[in-house]
Write a protein that binds this ligand. Sequence first.
Ligand code: NAD
Length: 481
Amino acid sequence: MTIKNFINNQDHIPLSGMWLDNYEPATGKIYGEIPNSNEDDVERAVQAAEEAFPAWSQTSIDERSKIMLRIADLIEEELNELAVAESKDNGKPLWLAKAVDIPRASSNFRFYGNAITQYASKSHESVGKNTINFTLRKPIGVVGCISPWNLPLYLFTWKIAPAIAAGNCVIAKPSEVTPATAYLLGKIVERAGLPAGVLNIVHGMGASCGSAIVKHPKIKAISFTGGTTTGAAIAAQAAPMFKKLSLELGGKNPNLIFADCDYEKMLDTTVRSSFANQGQICLCGSRIFVEKKIYERFKSGFETKVKELKVGNPADASTKVGALVSQQHLEKVESYIAFAKANPKEYAILSGGSRVTVKDFEEGYYLEPTVIEVSSNDCKLNQEEIFGPVVTIMPFEDEQEALKLANSTRYGLSSTLWTSDLNRCMRLSNAMESGIVWVNTWLNRDLRTPFGGVKDSGVGREGGFEALDFFTEPKNVCIEY
Ligand code: NAD
């Protein structure tokens, strides 16, 4: 498949004249090419967005909502085609793309198509001063949305939907590693009747295309999801230009398991929260801490279940763990396993740890789900984000120690807590340093809730009206009568 930039509702080959190979993780083979766009391509997209903005920002809420709901319907209609493209591009199991990624992309448009009809501004009466204030929420103008490779269409649309619902025009860049469904989205929005120039999709590397978006003076806000190091580079570039920034970054999420939990539910969910999407979800619980009383029971029960997970061809319905997203990422994840193997005093590999050769897909990027016992939370594998099918486990004595372990990291995206003690649940939920706390569940999402992290996991929140707040500027009007 040859992917092109989508600008003004038309395909464009890149002005840069440069192309990148696109790999299929399941086979390790090149299966297409994508533009490596530069600032000229971004400029072309910005011009289209600027031209579209006056009309789009004045389009009635009803009309905007109708178009967004049509986009949601079309994504649903094309679920199969989109899921196949997502699985091929990313290496994730096809059933997962069908059950989660693509339905969620549709929900993102449906949710914000509805949310915008309920989004209201405030007024403040200054009693005794014959004064009324009302606050308008104005769309910002042209905004940039930059997303990662792990949940490609899901996270891409999570930004685009609130941005256009609020009346902005968008320059969006998906990850260069997984561009396929973003390209297909262009065709869908055009068919749904989104006016030309409202959504412009440019493809390419972060250093060229992404950076050109961040530094373009006419792009007034950047919504970014990706790694913490990239987030820091974007913040450094955008801050002197006083751009609005929403940064959703990395995580090293703790999973605290107490002896009083619903054991079977916890065990099944912990297998999922460790290895879903090959462990490549920013919300995966990669540091598992277990109360000493049940540590040995958990260790053997978890190991047994993890060994049952079938690694294989993503298109196969029985596959639980597909291919990692790229050769480069596979090597990065493997480097952590090699480090653990080289330091046996600190680490014991309980299961996994090796590449998997899948018949007829020998060049694919397959890795066993890996469980490593660690002796301290200060170790490298507990402090650095691995973002693959690797989790660590270690025991804790009591609640106080568990809390300390959970919070001893630079990250603060999400945490998971397993207990049936309501008081403990309240104490720990309050004290855990993360933007999201799940209790006796995981990845349970209501799109109205604020989504994001604290510490080095980011700045700002997505979701619900928070994203509409981000994509609008408040303007207060004060009238004395
Ligand atoms: P990444 O930071 O390498 O890339 C993310 C996006 O930024 C890509 O589109 C990339 O091309 C672009 N980019 C790279 N350098 C850039 C630059 N200098 N200027 C502008 N854009 C640039 O991240 P990744 O490897 O694609 O994704 C994995 C990371 O994303 C992990 O750290 C994971 O935790 C994080 N993530 C966070 C969330 C969240 O909601 N907090 C969700 C998913 C993934």
